[in-house]
Structure formats: structure tokens, C-alpha cells
Design a protein around this ligand. Sequence first.
Ligand SMILES: Cc1ncc(COP(=O)(O)O)c(C=O)c1O
Length: 350
Amino acid sequence: MVHNFNAGPSILPREVYEEAAQAILNYKETGLSILEIGHRTTLIESMVDETVNLVKDLMKLDADHEVVFLHGGATTQFFQVPMNLLNENQTAAYLDCGVWGTKAIKEARLFGNVDVVASSKDENYTYIPKDYKIPGDAAYFHYTTNNTIEGTEMFSIPETNIPLVADMSSDILSHEMDFNRFALIYAGAQKNIGATGVNMVVVRKDILGKVNRKLPGMMDYRQHIENRSMLNTPPVFAIYVCLLTLRWLKKLGGVSAIEKINIEKAHLLYKTLDAREGFEPTVAVEDRSRMNVVFLIKDPALEKKFQDACREQKMIGVKGHRSVGGYRVSLYNALPLDSVKALTSLINQL
Ligand SMILES: Cc1ncc(COP(=O)(O)O)c(C=O)c1O
């Protein structure tokens, strides 16, 4: 058995692969592959609508929030967000907690002013800043809920009256939170939601239509909402994989059920790393991510033993991001507890 700790694209539930494979051969007994059916058919429109409704259900969204599936990855959201929400003479507030947040800041500066209210760059992004003020007159406040590369995660939602915007690419639907407190949430699908090639945006409709610049249609969230994610040809298959993954999550008991499992997985791994000499988690204890566990092994002999054992026991994707080094073990929703047990037993036996 392969244990897949990839950081993204990453593991999805086995039943999702099986159903997705079947849909490529024969979608819903039509005799057609899902890859060859027009998107403006009842078959596909109802599939996309079901996906949107399942997101609303799992996130317990109120009627003010809408869900759309878009192209371009979370990276497109780095500029689509300020394009839609920030006038040139306005300021948006950003929290700088890692590589992805830094990229979002850079893109926002193309459209208006950016006030970086706090940064953990001084300590290589190994903690989440706590003492900062969010200016009450900023257009919005943006932060990354889980820093995929550095392995920090924010579990509480910052207090502010201005619109909250979050990049939840790597921890969406992994623990309960009041998603209705956000004006806009975006997430690339390829970790907790589904397959690469689509990203999901949740937006509170009243924040849209307030900037004075002209927006290309594809960049305008309102047009995507009006066209129910079908402004142009959507990534049908990628959305279908999202639907299957969300159905799996719903069947499991939803976000509260997966949160319990995620806590157990992360607790077991951090406990093992803390107890085992030579393994050094890099992140401040209170900010440790449940999705991406980052650690160093400084002794070259131990490091070699660990690498060899991972290879032998088919532990895939444990290498750290090139900008951080060391190791990163990703524990997304679909990763079974058994894989974490296998890894911790490997570590204990070294
Ligand atoms: C937190 C976060 N934001 C943004 C991105 C970029 O996503 P994409 O490759 O879909 O543009 C990633 C990718 O890993 C991520 O983890």
C-alpha cells in the first residue's frame, strides 16, 4: 500500500477515484463519457448545481453567500480579489504569514494600496503574529488560513468589522468554523475539495459591484454567479471530482466528523515527533497546522535512515518545499489515520 502524504495535488478517497473512473467510461448510464458531454445540458447543469448546493450545505452558508467554480487556480484569486474589491485610491489590509500570502500581497499592489498589518517573516514564517490591529477603514482584510509550505494554521477568525477575505486552499472543510463571517473565501480544489483544474469561490453578494474600474467578464464574480459557473465552458470533470469528494465528506458526517479525525491524525504525528530525538518540528506549538506538518532532521545519518525507510515502506511526498527544506507531511481530509499510524511506527522504529 502506498501512503500518500503529497502536499497538493494530493490524496482523494478511493471511492472518488473509482466513481470518477466510471464516469469517464460511462456517465450515469448514458453510454457517454463525462468528458464528451456538453456543459449546457441538464445532465451537467444539474451536476454543477448539486456541487454548489453541497458546498452550501457543508459550510452552512446563509442566503447572502454564493458559490462559484472558476478556472485559474488560487493564484488567479490573488489578483481577482483586489480587482473586484479594491479601488486604486483605497487600501486593503493583509497578513503576511508565508509564501502564498506574500504572492497575494504582490498582486494586490497592482490594484491599490496594501497595508501589511503584521508579518512573521522575521522568524521564517514559523509562527502566526498575534498582536496587530486591523484598520477599520481598509477595503478588506486578507489572510491565509493555512500556510501550506511553512506549516502554520489559524484556527480563530480575526475580529474586525471590515470584510474578511481568506485563502483557504489548504484547510478548507477540515474543521468547523463560521464561514458566514467571511465576505470572500477562495480555495484551489486540489487538496481538500477535489481535482486540480478548478477553484472554488464563496462570496457575499453585497460586497460586489462597488469598484469603479471596468472588469473583463471572466474577472467579474457577478457574471459567474449570474451564469451559475457557466460563463464559459467550465472544467466539468474537475467539478465532478469535487462533487464526489463532497458527497464522501457528507456521508462521513460532514465537517465536524472530519475535524475529529484530523485532530487525531495531527496529534498522533506531532506527539511522535516531539518524543523522538532528532526530529524537530519547526513551527510554534500553538500555531501548528493540522494539514501540513513540517519538521527537520539535522543528523545526516538519521536523515538517511528516515529517507530509506520511507522509500521501502512507500511513504510518498514527505519532502519539504524547496523554499523551507526538511520534511513536510500533509494530512488532508482524505488521508486515512492508518497512514499516519504507519508513518509514526516507522519513526518510532528508526
Ligand atoms: C494556501 C495556498 N494558496 C494558493 C496556492 C496556489 O494554488 P494554485 O496552484 O491553485 O494557483 C496554494 C497551492 O498550493 C496554496 O497552498
